[in-house]
Design a protein around this ligand. Structure first.
Ligand code: NCD
Length: 305
């Protein structure tokens, strides 16, 4: 069993069948975890290259590798070593290929994942390329929707927050578009609206969507996917300060809604902590699902399923 692609750069590469395969293997991986893991990736090495901060993505990829009996190499000081010294992405990747069997990389530059994958001799996973894509997050988000709602088909999904720079939104929007009957509501300030290329693709595929700047329009959805305003992508700090708390979900708002509340995390004020104990607050379960989905991806891409 294999994915249709050897490298995972963008969610747009994935077919419906690919997503179904990952969902199925991820569900198996949950059982593998309950049994304490297995050894199918013994003697395999993951290079975990994070040129931009990460907690969940990095730790869940590394934990996934260990849970399947593999090893991880990384460099805590990457921001301060090759990137700092001015080495090109291509040179870094050519070198790392000699040390590892698979690479997961996060980099601040849009398009860096495609550049890296083009010179990689081993399977490559984009763990976030600036404001571009974050396909493994989209797969874990899809898995979460399946778990929490029972099905993806026919879902009304509202994305709220920074839809311009939020790479998780870009990737999830592409995956959900593979499913019948899905419709979208995009809620953002006009400065952070979803890029035209995504709405153009929705129009082309006759997928219904609406755009709004009122969070009230998101509360009627089946899934409310809240996101952080991406501070690191703003050239002007005052502009960030003006927009950072534009949409805040609190228990009062959420208890009026039946929506499943998701967030890729970290949250920095978009969801108040009184929401956490509500049954529809799914974001911590979502983060946990990242482990199973990344175990599935590593196993699939290393031919160990
Ligand atoms: C997201 C990311 O890095 O794009 N985090 C994550 O991977 N869980 C979202 C964010 O940083 O806001």
């Amino acid at each position: 069993m294999r994915l249709s692609c050897t490298n995972l750069i963008s969610a747009e590469q994935l077919t419906y069948e690919d997503t179904q395969l990952v969902m199925r293997i991820a569900a198996d991986m949950e059982k593998v975890c309950l049994g304490g893991g297995d050894d199918r990736l013994r003697k395999k090495i993951l290079a975990s290259l994070f040129y931009e901060p990460s907690t969940r993505t990095r730790l869940s990829f590394e934990s996934a590798m260990y849970r399947l009996g593999g090893e991880v190499i990384t460099s805590d000081g990457f921001q301060f070593s090759s990137l700092y010294k001015g080495e090109t992405i291509e040179d870094s990747i050519r070198m790392v290929c000699g040390y590892a069997d698979i690479i997961a990389m996060r980099h601040p530059q849009l398009g860096s994942a495609a550049v890296a994958a083009a010179v990689s001799d081993v399977p490559f996973i984009n763990a976030g390329d600036g404001p571009g894509q974050h396909p493994s997050q989209a797969l874990l988000d899809l898995f979460t929707i399946l778990r929490e709602r029972g099905s993806v088909e026919g879902a009304h999904v509202a994305f709220v927050g920074d839809l311009l720079y939020g790479r998780t939104v870009h990737s999830l929007c592409a995956l959900l578009s593979l499913y019948q009957g899905v419709r979208f509501t995009f809620v953002s300030p006009k400065e952070l609206a979803i890029p035209e290329k995504f709405t153009a693709s929705l129009r082309k595929n006759s997928i219904p969507f609406t755009e709004s700047n009122d969070i009230g329009d998101a509360l009627a959805a089946d899934i409310l996917y809240s996101t952080r305003i991406q501070k690191e992508r703003f050239a002007d700090e005052a502009e960030y300060d003006r927009l950072k708390h534009v949409y805040v979900l609190d228990a009062q708002k959420v208890s009026r809604s039946k929506a499943i509340i998701m967030h890729p995390l970290p949250r920095v004020g978009e969801i108040t902590t009184d929401v956490d104990s509500l049954p529809n607050a799914a974001y911590f379960r979502q983060a946990r699902n990242g482990l199973y989905v990344r175990m599935a991806l590593l196993a699939l891409m290393l031919d160990a399923v």
